[in-house]
Ligand binder design. Structure first.
Ligand SMILES: Nc1ncnc2c1ncn2[C@@H]1O[C@H](COP(=O)(O)OP(=O)(O)OP(=O)(O)O)[C@@H](O)[C@H]1O
Length: 601
């Protein structure tokens, strides 16, 4: 089993591997920038008190050494512009460090989300088929885009900022304490107040954001369904209904975000109030101590500057805490995907010869543990190289049977064997590569017809593509297209007719020459004549493959070596066409409906 992330910290540490150095550099430059930001108020207080005024300077040793180096205070009094130059130099160095901090911070965040996106995609493609039926596509996309973006914003704007803020608070308080301990304590008292009220909002913002994020997922799903199902929407004139559905969800989503905005507005307004109060308290206290003679005018200016500098990090600390709630919700949502278990093969999974008999041995299956039995005690065998036909009403479990053979789901009970080996012990990738499955509604990529037919087979030549499309009776249609095989298939193949799409999918399978071929109602969109032509071409060209034909059309199935009739998940009849035609059962009834008389056989 792959790594499980018990908490958000583990997930962050997992994805931060490639970007750690960037973040460390960002933090170092943030610390350096903060230090340089805090030097200027000290220079100004020194200038006011000791250069313009006559107070004896009490400066740190390196500062004193520097002043002596440029000619001492007396020299500075007559060359006061030097202090201006020094202030500018300090500001430039501070700005340079800030630039480097932002640069490494952004690089780190971009790298982090790239690794996260890659990791997510890699994980998602290995998730079991069943996972996708439980998780709407729109919601998955929203988690991989919007939630990843929230995390990126948090990392690039907040996480390193938080460390910068802490550094700034510690340094500001230290510089303040060198001026007046009492005033420093008065300024510091506001820090726990702001942190406490931020934590108070943290939970509420988190819960509201989670709700808003979920609503966004539902909205994305509706949009995604409508875009991919645009034909159905138009065909059934469902535009109005779908628009209303979208508008309703959009209203819910907007309300959820408005609630969040109101909460954030309250959070900021209260924060602004507390910060204003702090500034006022320090300005008043400073004036009081100044009048009393406890601090000088220079100290007062410096202190007020430090306090202004302190207000920003304290306010940001509040913001980081509130944003942390949003980010942790997003991380949680991504953790859900990363903790979903991938399909995993046995360590000693086999690559058996797939040119062998297929046996279903008392197979039963239900999609959900508490759901109904979709397949009930199915047993049959297909001899290698023969053709099996499957007939059955809608919902009788025909497709499910094939999904089980392709190991897309685990059987609930029983076994499926290929060449004597339970498919549980066959390497999934290998198994699926060797089973060609053409679905009734094939999926084509928005590439050219040629690329779609040869998809995944790098060695395929144009001759191979043409040969496959001939067998699939597709070549004539393609030759009528202006760009031939280079014709681009629109997204999901909407520029092709249903029959052309099905035949493209058949060509896709034929070119692979898989030992097992399944046609799941995949000739339904072609006329009976083309259906026959394709089957004949397949018979002539694919000699040793085991073929499974699922169809509602007796003419498609009647040549099969063996036919099973499925009814409500159970095998109702087995035999060849003649045998089944002569029994008074479902098969015969369908033959009669489709006007298949004895002489057709
Ligand atoms: N992902 C799923 N979750 C739960 N039930 C499902 C799922 N997919 C199919 N079913 C149910 O399983 C039963 C068999 O479905 P299946 O698609 O295998 O039938 P089918 O014989 O291929 O039908 P059709 O001829 O209409 O394609 C149906 O009752 C269907 O509702």
């Amino acid at each position: 089993m792959k790594k499980q992330f018990e908490n958000n910290r583990q997930l962050i540490l997992y994805f931060i591997k490639g970007s750690k150095t960037y973040f460390i550099l960002a933090i170092l430059f943030a610390a350096a920038a903060s230090l340089f930001d805090l030097i200027n108020p000290r220079i100004i207080s020194f200038t006011v008190d000791s250069v313009i005024g006559s107070k004896k300077a009490s400066l740190p040793a390196f500062f004193n050494g520097f002043i002596q180096g440029v000619g001492g205070i007396t020299y500075l009094k007559s060359h006061i512009y030097l202090i201006g130059v020094f202030v500018v130099i300090v500001a430039i160095i501070g700005a340079l460090f800030r630039y480097l901090f932002r640069l490494f911070n952004s690089k780190g965040a971009e790298k982090f989300v790239k690794v996260m996106r890659d990791g997510l995609f890699e994980h998602i493609v290995h998730l079991p088929f069943a996972w996708f039926t439980h998780n709407p596509t729109g919601d998955i996309i929203q988690r991989c885009t919007s939630d990843v973006e929230t995390i990126k914003r948090f990392l690039s704007e907040q996480l390193t900022q938080m460390l910068r803020i802490i550094i700034m608070i510690v340094l500001s308080l230290y510089f303040m304490s060198t001026i007046s301990i009492k005033m420093m304590l008065a300024a510091a008292i506001f820090i726990p107040i702001i942190v406490t009220y931020s934590l108070f909002f943290h939970k509420r913002i988190g819960a509201t954001f989670e709700k808003a994020d979920e609503e966004e997922g539902v909205l994305s799903s509706i949009a995604q369904e409508n875009l991919t199902g645009v034909r159905v929407v138009r065909a059934f004139g469902r535009e109005r209904y779908e628009r209303q559905r979208f508008e309703k969800q959009n209203t819910i989503y907007t309300k959820a975000f408005m609630k969040l905005d109101i909460l954030i507005t309250w959070f900021w307004s209260i924060g602004d109030g507390i910060s204003g109060l702090q500034l006022l308290t320090i300005a008043a206290l400073g004036a009081y101590f100044g009048v009393k003679g406890d601090i000088t005018a220079g100290d007062y200016i410096a202190f007020v500057s430090y306090n202004t500098m302190l207000v920003w990090p304290i306010r940001s600390l509040g913001r980081v805490i509130s944003d942390m709630s949003r980010a942790s919700v997003s991380i949680d949502r991504i953790r859900y995907i990363m903790n979903s278990e991938e399909e995993e093969d046995d360590k000693d999974a086999l690559n058996v010869d797939m040119h062998g008999d297929i046996v279903f041995d008392h197979v039963s299956f239900r999609y959900n543990d508490d759901g109904p039995l979709v397949l009930d005690d199915i047993s049959f065998a297909i001899e290698k190289g023969t053709t099996l036909g499957i007939l059955g009403g809608t919902g009788s479990g025909k497709s499910t049977l094939m999904y089980l053979l392709d190991h897309l789901y685990e059987v609930s009970s029983g076994h499926i064997y290929i060449n004597g080996v339970d498919i549980k012990h066959i390497n999934r990738d290998y198994l699926r590569k060797n089973i060609g499955l053409v679905l009734q509604e094939p999926y084509l990529f928005s590439k050219s017809i040629e690329e779609n037919i040869a998809i995944g087979i790098h060695s395929a030549t144009m001759d191979d593509v043409e040969e496959a499309s001939k067998i699939a009776s597709l070549n004539e249609a393609i030759n009528h297209f202006k760009n031939g095989y280079k014709t681009s298939v629109g997204e999901r193949g909407v520029t092709l007719s249903g029959g052309q799409k099905q035949r493209t999918a058949i060509a896709q399978m034929v070119i692979r020459k898989t030992p097992i071929m399944i046609f799941d109602d995949s000739l339904s969109a072609v006329d009976s004549e083309t259906d026959m032509k394709i089957r004949r071409a397949l018979e002539e060209n694919i000699h040793d493959a085991t073929v499974i034909l699922i169809s509602h059309r007796i003419t498609t199935l009647m040549q099969a070596d063996q036919i099973i009739v499925l009814n409500k998940g159970r095998i109702a009849e087995v035999g060849n066409h003649q045998q089944l035609r002569s029994q008074k059962g479902i098969y015969r009834k369908i033959c009669d409906i489709q006007n298949i008389g004895e002489d057709n056989s």
